[in-house]
Write a protein that binds this ligand. Structure first.
Ligand code: GRF
Length: 220
């Protein structure tokens, strides 16, 4: 079966890109990366892509007069690449409504919280201030409104009483690195369909047991 062609959009470190690169190296993984696009030049994610022998492009948002012009350039490059699925992986630009509509259900994002909680920036800071016992990450189809859209995969991550933003970010990132390849695999295998704005997954395994985290105060 032909592998689904991915375009991965980054703006920075690219650890999620790396997780997708690693997954695509597996011979039976049903997707391959056709192109990596960065909205910023010189970011570590571009080095990862180059090191893996992938085609890369920089579409520097600063070179465009507005968002629509940037999105038009992005759209052209994506269409040329033959990508069937676009994966936002730490891509720091808000996309226009027209772009989100024209890639509807072929455009996915990863967000470092259990959406719809903690949408937007500083998700970990806000999870810590709220005292939640779990946070996590979400892979979802993109809609024009930020951090909205049908949820494909989530992972729950416990919050520890002595967590800092950094320790929590690391724990969530390692969950992200499992969730993104899984979501891409499910889509590439044709097991995901969106009905009434809910993503339905054919043949997914779900643990039945609840995980409890009262969170010990450790002498506080
Ligand atoms: C991740 O936490 C992702 O959820 C968010 O941006 C971060 C990107 O990290 N959208 P990386 O560049 O993949 O390491």
């Amino acid at each position: 079966m032909a592998r689904l062609k991915l375009a991965v959009l980054i703006s920075g470190t690219g650890t999620n890109l790396q997780a997708l690169i690693d997954a695509c190296r597996e011979p039976d993984f049903p997707a391959e990366i056709a192109l990596v696009i960065s909205s910023r030049p010189g970011v570590p994610g571009l080095e990862r892509a180059g090191g893996a022998g992938l085609a890369t492009a920089v579409i520097d948002h600063k070179a465009f007069k507005d968002r629509a012009a940037f999105d038009a350039a992005l759209d052209r490059r994506l269409r040329d690449s033959g990508a069937g699925l676009v994966c936002l992986a730490g891509f720091m630009r808000l996309l226009t409504e027209g772009f989100a509509q024209s890639w509807r259900d072929r455009l996915v994002n990863i967000h470092p919280s259990l959406l719809p909680a903690f949408q937007g920036r500083h998700a970990h800071e806000r999870a810590l201030s709220a005292g939640v016992r779990f946070t996590g990450c979400t892979v979802h189809f993109v809609r024009p409104e930020m951090d909205q859209g049908p949820i494909i995969v989530q992972a729950a991550v416990p919050v520890h009483v002595d967590d800092t933003v950094e320790t929590l970010r690391e724990r969530v990132l390692s969950a992200e690195h499992r969730c993104y390849p899984l979501a891409v695999k499910l889509i590439a295998e044709g097991r995901v369909r969106v009905v009434n704005e809910i993503a339905l997954i054919a043949g997914a395994d779900t643990p039945r047991a609840a995980i409890l985290n009262p969170r010990d105060s450790r002498g506080r």
